[in-house]
Design a protein around this ligand. Structure first.
Ligand code: OXD
Ligand code: MN
Length: 616
């Protein structure tokens, strides 16, 4: 955490004087890079940041094809991008980030609210005025010899009341190219913002500096609708539209303005009769959100269709007593390793063209490769670091967090209503995590507040070496809630009071293991069977039995026809082990206690009620 009163880096001037130029300036021809906004507030802010960072020139992005082609050509010249084999992966490129910079870094991510209490017990807090002065110190002259790009974008469908405008200033071409995929970028945002100097818009400033982990900070100023990110070039830290704006600042604005910004996929499920439901689901990072959002129903569900609205973020508002959701993004920034035609055919089809890859391996014929891709590994490749790689090496060819950025329009299962301004009505909310034991395949909350409790106590096994270690991750928002988590829980409870037709809330666990240590559930497309029960419950015709933890399907209530899972496994999958749940209950209490008194009374009561139900 940035400490109060800590001196601004004493060697700062020396450091900057010799700072290597990782992003040399480019010089566009007339007609490119000159779409200046007309809103005076934006112009003033850009002027202020330019005065501070002292770039060689300013490039005003308009999101056009011509601009994109120019930026790609310049990025190829500067080795920011490598062109992939045009026949195998048309119009696609590979970018390698600095090996010290391959993931989001929570320890240097800060919520800078006037008081520490506003940031709450789950966030790193840092005092706003001091943080601004520290960051401005780091940004002083940081864009010398570089081009400063001004990227206007909107989050949300063009004609949605939920949609918001953001501007990102950056000295990274990779960021500009990625933002064009991940957001609706360019003139569309300038038109939406208009000329009102008081209009709401997000200010994002990003500089690579010299990509030094010691000078890497991702700071959010919710009260100012401002983000400053320095010292990183990795997506989650620098595509400020995504985790920074749509979730951290978004969740703060959502509470203030009475809507919800959630770390959730949104999918549509349509029956053969044409009846359609939408569900939103929150799983912690690395629990298969993208796979679930792009699920292909197995042969047994002939005529059923699953469509993707979003794979990572949902912005939701109340209308007619129901929750409606939009996906604020325009593309997917997904983890590559493990993606194959077997695990996720829709993702594979999406990333076959027009895709920007980061940190995957490059084959000798200019194709991309990663661990878990279909077929045998290449005999030789260049790994994500740029070194020679052969299959006998211990090192992975692709970084485990290597990514694709691909336009959502590449997805063959894209939902037709993804652009609908009013959003899609949500019938069910699903929480879930990776749990080897305790948590059944699926169960339903008794009511909204009980559902909030399921979300608040959500957990997932950490991938750390400690086997079975479980980390609590409320609503999968632990790294993304931009304010006090207690107030966030309260906001969820309050939203429930305004919903006359609330979504039903469920918890799922695809990862339960049997006594033999093997997964009990096949997962992937077969998760359709669980989804089907959830839809049946929404239509009030799915059977269930009451258990202490919630409504549970019996094996008979799940459609398991044609599935190669024996009866004992199904019983294990749906079983409630009282001893395991006593431990789970104790863990809920410990977690709530660790939050230091911010948890609303209603959720404490849910904890007691759960304990009581086990005594019955
Ligand atoms: C992501 C994440 O990259 O949640 O989506 O970490
Ligand atoms: Mn995510």
């Amino acid at each position: 955490m940035i400490q109060r009163g800590e001196p601004v880096h004493s060697c700062l001037n020396g450091h900057l004087r010799f700072m290597k130029n990782v992003a040399p300036a480019i010089f566009p021809p007339n007609g490119i890079g000159d779409t200046k906004p007309t809103n005076q507030a934006v112009l003033d802010w850009v002027h202020e940041i330019a005065k501070l960072t002292k770039p060689e020139n300013i490039f005003w992005c308009d999101g056009s094809e011509r601009e994109n082609e120019f930026l790609i050509a310049e990025s190829l010249k500067q080795n920011v991008l490598i062109k992939l084999n045009e026949k195998r992966v048309p119009r696609s490129y590979l970018h390698r980030s600095n090996p010290n910079d391959v993931a989001r870094v929570e320890k240097v991510t800060f919520i800078c609210t006037p008081t520490k209490e506003e940031a709450g017990p789950t966030n790193n807090w840092s005092e706003p005025a001091e943080t601004y002065s520290k960051l401005y110190g780091l940004l002083n002259g940081a864009m010398r010899g570089r081009t400063m790009f001004v990227v206007p974008y909107i989050m949300g469908p063009p004609d949605s009341p939920l949609t918001k405008v953001g501007f990102e200033i950056t000295d990274s071409k990779y960021v500009v190219l990625s933002m064009r995929i991940m957001t609706r970028m360019g003139k569309i945002a300038l038109n939406r913002l208009g000329n009102d100097p008081k209009a709401e818009w997000n200010r994002g400033v990003h500089s690579l500096l010299d990509v030094d982990p010691d000078r890497r900070f991702i700071c959010h100023f919710p009260q100012d609708n401002t983000i400053i990110s320095v010292g990183s070039g990795y997506g989650g830290n620098v595509l400020l539209s995504k985790k920074c704006f749509a979730l951290r600042i978004g969740s703060y604005l959502a509470r203030k303005q009475g809507w919800m910004a959630e770390h959730m996929l949104i999918l549509g499920v349509e029956s053969p009769e044409g009846k359609k439901h939408y569900v939103a689901a929150a799983f912690p990072s690395a629990c298969g959100k993208t796979n679930f959002a792009m699920l292909i129903p197995p042969a047994h569900f002939d005529g059923w269709k699953v469509t993707t609205v979003g794979d990572d973020i949902a912005w939701m508002e109340i209308r007619d007593g129901r929750l409606f959701a939009v996906n604020p993004e325009n593309g997917y920034f997904g983890v590559v390793p493990g993606t194959s035609y077997k695990s996720n055919p829709n993702a594979m089809n999406s990333i076959e063209h027009d895709t920007l890859y980061t940190n995957v391996a490059l084959t000798d014929d200019g194709d991309v490769w990663w661990e878990g891709k279909d077929g045998p590994p290449p005999k030789h490749a260049i790994d994500w670091r740029g070194n020679d790689w052969t299959p006998d090496l211990k090192e992975k060819a692709a970084h485990p967090n290597s990514r694709f950025a691909t336009p959502m329009r590449n997805n063959p299962a894209l939902d037709p209503d993804v652009e609908k301004g009013e959003g899609v009505p949500i019938s069910a909310i699903i929480f879930g995590g990776r749990r080897g034991d305790t948590v059944p395949l699926v169960y339903e909350a008794f009511d909204w507040t009980h559902g909030v409790y399921l979300g608040a106590t959500m957990a997932s096994e950490t991938t750390a070496a400690a086997a079975g270690a479980v980390g609590r991750d409320p609503m999968a928002m632990l790294p993304f809630c931009g304010y006090n988590i207690g107030d966030y829980f309260r906001h969820w409870i309050d939203i429930g009071k305004l919903l006359t037709n609330p979504p039903l809330i469920f918890n799922v666990n695809w990862f339960r293991k049997g006594a033999n240590g093997k997964f009990l559930w096949p997962g992937f497309g077969e998760n359709m069977r669980v989804l089907k029960w959830i839809i049946d419950r929404c239509e009030q015709n799915g059977g269930a039995v009451k258990s202490p933890v919630g409504w549970l399907p019996t094996p008979h209530d799940l459609d398991l026809d044609g599935l190669d899972v024996d009866h004992t496994s199904v019983a294990e999958l749906l079983g409630i082990d009282h001893e395991e749940w006593q431990k789970e209950l104790a863990a809920h209490k410990t977690f709530f206690d660790s939050l230091g008194g911010v948890v609303p009374e209603e959720l404490q009561e849910q904890c007691e009620a759960l304990a009581e139900r086990f005594k019955e």
